[in-house]
Design a protein around this ligand. Sequence first.
Ligand code: DHB
Length: 469
Amino acid sequence: MCAAAVLFDTAKAQTLKFDADNFTQKQLTMPDGFVVKYKAYENIFYVSNVEDSVYQTLNVYVPENLKQDSPIFLRTYIGGYLASKAKQPSANDASGRALEEGYVVCIPGSRGSNSFVHKEIYVSKKGKKKKRVLSDEFQTVYTGKFPAGLLDLKAAVRYLKANDALIAGNSNKIITDGTSAGGAMSALLASTGNHPDYEELLDKMGAEKAADDVWAAVCFCPITDLEHADMAYEWLYGFCNKNIRELDSCHEALSEKLSKLYPEYLNSLNLKNPETGEQLTAENYLDYLKSWLLKSVSKAFEEGQEISDTAGVTFYDESKESRCIVDFNLEKYLEYVAKSQRLKNPPAFDSQNFCSNPPSAENKAFGLSDGTTLNFTEFAVGHILTDDLVKRVKMMNPMNYISDNQAVKAKNWYIRHGAKDRDTGFQISLNLALKLLGEGFNVNYFLPWETSHTGDYNLNELFDWLEAL
Ligand code: DHB
């Protein structure tokens, strides 16, 4: 006797044809009082082999004031790599604003590290497939370990493209938007279009046979480059291990080891200062980062924001009229950030199995369908990763695809990382922006002053940028 598990029939194979007549009429009142009326097409399966019917659906919203040749604004609500249901547009974020602007909005659900289905446990007698429930017990099977959530979003993009003739808006103008883990997903969608790495997996899911490249990516505080984010973090913040982080000796030793690994990686990226053409290396990189933070504080100062006395900024102050910023001390500034919210302990991302650290959101996301959490860096594992992990780690990092000609990249990128956001090192978003610039893409990057780990802010600025594309 051997036991084998078979999935519940969570949903029958669906036809993936969009039904343009199957909508309800809805409306949303925006903060400025404008009432957006729209057609709501909801709970649509976007793959034919649905594994998780709670999450593998999407909603499409078509506003009454539809723009001509309207882009399709695809907003993901993924956070922490968790599962995310298809939602309705919100008046308080970019989804509502996109509708107000006359864009079609798509909000797909996607599986994540915490989504699971229950499988019945069947028994088969030797050689025979006898379907009989073994017991009342169900087996919990996690459905959304990396790269499942990304595959779901790619399948949603394919659905929009395959149904282009039936869905309002232009599927050649898909804009992706997300924050944090969702910002990473937005960057991944926009950097891995049509890449063969994902093909077999998408095929198995019953995704449409269509392209999945997108036109523009909006990425708020993207948590990416996970296999190098630990070393980047310690290289940036390690100097304050004693005085601010108050690390114990176990974490402090880790921080030092990780920090030493970063220069080689940073140098290998072959990044250039886009203004001067100068090569960026571990030697001059911090000065370059400082120049971005100086731009950030200068903008805030010009706009009349109060600048904190402890943010490392020196003013020339002779008279109020001629008050201006004359210097910026990066270390003092990083201390200011570190004091505003406790820094993560090392390793900041691949944390489990070190110094009694609990598993991180990343350890969960790279885990297995039985719920096992996993380390995913060679540093943590201590040797080369399994083939399965090598593939999954590669597929979840946009940096691996930007110079790969087999991936069709979005031409336009809007990347924001709050200057007071310590969830990942500033290098992560900056390197993403620099690598894209190096490949000739249209990149709008900024580190907004006093902004923490959040997204969908300054929507006037964002939509002005989108309108000008
Ligand atoms: C998110 C935040 C993190 O600090 C992280 O490591 C992963 C994800 C998030 O907010 O999505």
